[in-house]
Design a protein around this ligand. Structure first.
Ligand SMILES: NC(=O)c1ccc[n+]([C@@H]2O[C@H](COP(=O)([O-])OP(=O)(O)OC[C@H]3O[C@@H](n4cnc5c(N)ncnc54)[C@H](O)[C@@H]3O)[C@@H](O)[C@H]2O)c1
Length: 367
């Protein structure tokens, strides 16, 4: 199957390469395109077993000096302790600025390894090899790196672009289904806001996508990466357009925080997208029917459309508390809460909230 290439026009710019089976071609591509000394593969305990050790062998057998460093899988490893531990291992293994970090894993590995790369010896080049759908369509692109603090998620971080992103859709065949859903919610986000043709494709091809057919995966990953690349190329540091990527995430993040981060991100975003669509209709920005179409698509991909489906026991009295989380994160724009709403598929608006009554009543409908 032919490879697809997308250019991300940030400073510096870089390419995203998408191709089934690409993992085995990484050593030759690295040698052909970059000059570097050693390679440090950074991965987690799950991905190490599935792909880390074989990639290490591949690199070594193509004459590249490489070492693998892994940490326990999961969000609980996304902290400064992991960054410090990895840094000390790298120092003791004599990695310097002429060497290269290769981030192999989901969003946690990408965020930790990217952050480490941005501060290790004041910056060392890194490439992303995302292995979860969420990382392939979202977190590996755009240069946001970071770790969590006990006080909140992603509170320490940098903008640091990778030198290249290698996406091999075949690795998704081992991804647990619940993690696949997290990525699908992001794919649907791009389809709603920026890629109406992708929306139709997802409607017509859900069997092919859910059974991970190569062609279908390639299409949804390519379209999603293109959408994200377009946005971050125009707005590298979230000063405007990049906010569109928050579609569905305002309520999504509020629900996650309300439930102490025990819920699945993609599920919360799915309900958040229904909320944004309903609100768009209620405010007469969008025509009646938009929400129904988005809900139908989410159901096709077995994503929830109501808060009760998240397993959360919430009643009307809890609505103000959930809404209180709206103001706490990045959705507050120059002092005002701004939501991403839709006029139609592929036609979004930034909506400044001036009163909360309507938000409350729409949220009550989603309990
Ligand atoms: N930097 C950004 O722009 C950005 C954007 C969105 C999300 N994020 C971050 O991404 C993180 C979530 O990413 P995630 O959902 O990939 O979580 P994750 O990295 O924890 O991966 C999910 C699970 O899947 C496993 N896994 C990954 N690839 C696999 C494969 N091919 N086969 C089998 N198992 C595999 C991992 O070991 C892990 O257990 C969060 O920390 C979030 O803050 C960052």
């Amino acid at each position: 199957m032919t490879q697809r290439v997308i250019k991300v026009r940030t400073k510096p710019s870089y390419e995203i390469i998408i191709k089934p089976g690409l993992l085995s071609e990484i050593p030759e591509d690295l040698k052909a395109n970059f000059s570097f000394g050693k390679v440090a593969i950074i991965t987690d305990s799950n991905v190490e077993k599935l792909y880390g050790r074989s990639l290490l062998n591949l690199l070594q057998s193509s004459g590249i000096s490489a070492k693998l460093f892994s940490f326990p899988a999961g969000e609980q490893s996304k902290n400064m302790d992991t960054v410090v531990l990895l840094s000390r291992h790298l120092i003791r293994s004599n990695f310097d600025r002429h060497d290269l970090i290769l981030a192999l894993g989901g969003g946690v590995v990408g965020d930790v390894a990217g952050f480490l790369a941005s501060i290790y010896l004041r910056g060392i080049p890194f490439v992303q090899v995302p292995t979860s759908l969420l990382a392939q369509v979202d977190s590996s692109i755009g240069g946001k790196t970071g770790v969590d603090l006990p006080e909140g998620k992603n509170l320490l971080g940098t903008f640091y672009q990778p030198a290249r992103v290698y996406i091999d859709p075949e690795v998704l065949k081992t991804l647990p289904e619940s993690n696949l859903r997290d990525g699908l919610a992001e794919v649907i986000k791009y389809a709603c806001t920026l890629k109406p043709k992708l929306f139709s494709f997802l409607e017509k091809n859900h069997h092919a996508v859910l059974s991970l057919k190569d062609k279908a995966l390639l299409r949804i990953i390519y379209d999603s990466c293109q959408a994200k690349a377009q946005v971050v190329s125009k707005d590298e540091k979230e000063s405007g357009l990049r906010r569109v990527l928050n579609f569905g995430h305002t309520l999504g993040h509020a629900l996650e925080a309300y439930a102490d981060y025990k819920l699945q991100h993609g599920f919360c975003v799915a309900v958040g997208m229904v909320f944004a669509c309903r609100l768009s209709e209620r405010l007469r920005l969008a025509q009646t029917g938009l929400t129904e179409r988005v809900e139908r698509l989410l159901k096709l991909y077995q994503l929830p459309t109501r808060i009760s489906e998240l397993g959360l026991k919430v009643d009307r009295a809890d609505v103000p508390k959930i809404l209180s989380y709206f103001g706490r994160d990045k959705k507050v724009w120059k002092g005002k809460l701004t939501l991403v709403l839709l006029k139609n598929l592929g036609d979004f608006v930034f909506y400044e909230v001036s009163e909360t009554k309507t938000l409350e009543s729409v949220l009550e409908e989603l309990l």
